[in-house]
Design a binder for this molecule. Structure first.
Ligand code: G1P
Ligand code: ZN
Length: 542
């Protein structure tokens, strides 16, 4: 064991989902160590307990795991459970923490951000409920990181991560486990695997899953191909690569374009899905159909009775503020609790722990339930397969049926990536200063009923999080939301979220881009996007 003198870095405040930086930053001497020591200080519960450790396999994953193992030993952690090869998806970590009642976990991932030597790396603490550390803890980590003077580390050889078995560093036990076993068993306990097997075996049913060379490859191959009998090759890009094959492991219409193309036309796949770097996001597609994540959340909740794991009932649905109000409609009609939280999964944990909600979701391709305390990409895919099997309907037919019953929320998000941080801050500040004057004004024939900067008080621990994004609500239920990303690693990203409600079935099959165009214009005018950022077009539209 040795104690190493160090000096603080001033940029270790965790964002929406842990600390994310360029690999080069994480490779600076003492950078990772300082942050890890700050975790052990801010969350002392790990001392004397078990920690789950794994990552999405991106570049620097293996090195970081060896450092964390050595530091865990020197900081009095008694046991670490590690996925073979250093691999564990985010939902799998959450499940392992809960199943084996460990004190917490550390996930190494920058989610959907690109990897490789010039890409991004990230580290995130999950606490003993299996979910991301809440803000009080992430702020405490940041406070320690600003004062740190030394860290503790054991001097040992690397542990062999590629063989399942038990190892030791001094007093600390290390168990290298199969990353998929426990997770696959959990999925089998929630879904009707026999019905899904039957669906997949039908000669006229076709599907594909794109793992985007990220962590879900081994999980998807085991579950879809080995357990559910899908033909070999159903899983595309199934081998996790350190640089994700040069791609963005982000399951959306832009970055999973090859998969999307396979769903088009008469011969298009009946069902297709993709997941991201660390396996917590999902995109759901059908033949010539795309399910917005906001709709997906609403549909899963509305049809939960068809899935064995949820047949016992559903308590409520929570959505992040920018997520469309589609799930609110479902909650209203079915008499369920509904919550609107700030962006980021950490705000759902308390609601699920108190059983106020069963389902949670974000517009950013995140859906999940209280089976874990993270969003869960493969869970959402299996849920959809279970629905297809139970109803005998196509993806598009499930969408149509849902809209007819609950109305349709047309939705789009515009991202302006890597804009100048000062201009982005100025845009938000200026917009905020005009909020009071906005109320009552009309835009494109719609009156603004309310405009504010979203603030949330957790109903369980009563903590308040303010400044969570600017909401402009119109009298007809439409909304425009502006916020700055908390996960980027260079410059700022402005996100503009727009939605409008349509309950006339005759008008529920229009082109989203066309329906949303007036909102795009109102949003650019309200925020002065072009003047402030110099951008006439967004970088990504989802
Ligand atoms: C983004 C998403 C957010 C999600 C987070 C982590 O955060 O918008 O919903 O929880 O990634 O996956 P943002 O960059 O907007 O702060
Ligand atoms: Zn992710």
């Amino acid at each position: 064991m040795k104690t190493v003198r160090t000096t603080p870095f001033d940029d270790q405040r965790p964002g929406t989902s842990g600390l994310r930086k360029k690999v080069a930053v994480f490779r600076k001497a003492h950078y990772l160590e300082n942050f890890v020591q700050s975790i052990f200080e801010a969350y002392p519960k790990l001392r004397g307990g078990t920690l789950v450790l794994g990552g999405d396999g991106r570049f620097h994953n293996r090195e970081a795991i060896q450092v964390i193992l050595r530091m865990a030993s020197a900081n009095g952690i008694s046991r670490v459970i590690v996925g073979r090869g250093g691999i564990l998806s985010t939902p799998a970590v959450s499940h392992l923490i809960r199943k084996y009642r460990t004190r917490g976990g550390i996930v190494l991932s920058a989610s959907h951000n690109p990897g490789g030597p010039d890409g991004d790396f990230g580290i995130k603490l999950n606490i003993d409920n299996g979910g991301p550390a809440p803000e009080q803890i992430t702020e405490a980590i940041f406070d320690f990181s600003k004062q740190i003077a030394e860290y503790r580390i054991a001097e040992t050889d690397d542990i062999d991560l590629d063989d399942i078995g038990d190892y030791e560093i001094n007093e600390m036990q290390i168990s290298v486990i199969d990353p998929v076993d426990d997770y696959a068993e959990l999925m089998g306990s929630l879904f009707d695997f026999d019905a899904i097997r039957g669906l997949i075996a039908k000669p006229d049913f076709s599907m594909a899953f794109d793992a985007m060379h990220a962590v879900t490859g081994p999980y998807a191959k085991r579950i879809f191909e080995e357990i559910l009998g899908a033909p070999e090759g159903t899983v595309m890009n199934g081998v996790p690569l350190e640089d994700f094959g040069g791609g963005h492991p982000d399951p959306n219409l832009v970055h999973a374009a090859t998969l999307v193309a396979r769903t088009k036309g008469d011969k298009g796949l009946d069902f297709a899905a993709a997941s991201d770097g660390d396996g917590d996001r999902n995109m759901i597609l059908g033949k010539n159909a795309f399910v917005t994540p906001s709709d997906s959340l609403a549909i899963l909740a509305a049809n939960a009775h068809l899935v064995p794991g949820y047949a016992g009932g559903v308590s409520g649905i929570a959505r992040s503020m920018p997520t469309s109000q589609a799930s609110d409609k479902v909650a209203e009609v079915l008499g369920l609790n509904a919550y609107e939280t700030p962006t980021g999964w950490k705000f759902f944990g308390n609601l699920m722990d108190a059983d106020l909600v069963t389902f949670c979701g974000e517009e950013s391709f995140g859906t999940s339930s209280s089976h874990v305390r993270e969003k869960d990409g493969l869970w959402a895919v299996l849920f959809w397969l279970n629905l297809l099997a139970a109803t005998g309907l196509s993806v598009q037919a499930i969408l149509d049926r849902h809209w007819e019953r609950f109305g349709r929320h047309y939705y789009t998000r515009y991202d302006y990536e890597e804009i100048d941080s000062e201009s982005a801050g100025g845009l938000m500040q200026d917009l905020e200063s005009r909020l009071a004057d906005l109320e009552g004004t009309s835009h494109g024939g719609m009156r603004v009923s309310m405009a504010d900067n979203f603030s949330y008080t957790d109903p369980v621990d009563h903590s308040t999080s303010s400044g969570q994004g600017i909401r402009v609500l119109f009298e007809n239920g439409s909304r425009i939301v502006f916020r700055l990303s908390g996960t980027g690693t260079s410059g700022a990203t402005l996100r503009v979220y727009m939605e409008t409600y349509e309950n006339d079935p005759q008008r529920q099959h229009r082109d989203t881009a066309e329906v949303m165009q007036p909102f795009v214009e109102i949003a650019s005018e309200l925020a002065g996007i072009e003047q402030r950022t110099g951008r006439t077009e967004p970088t990504v539209i989802t």
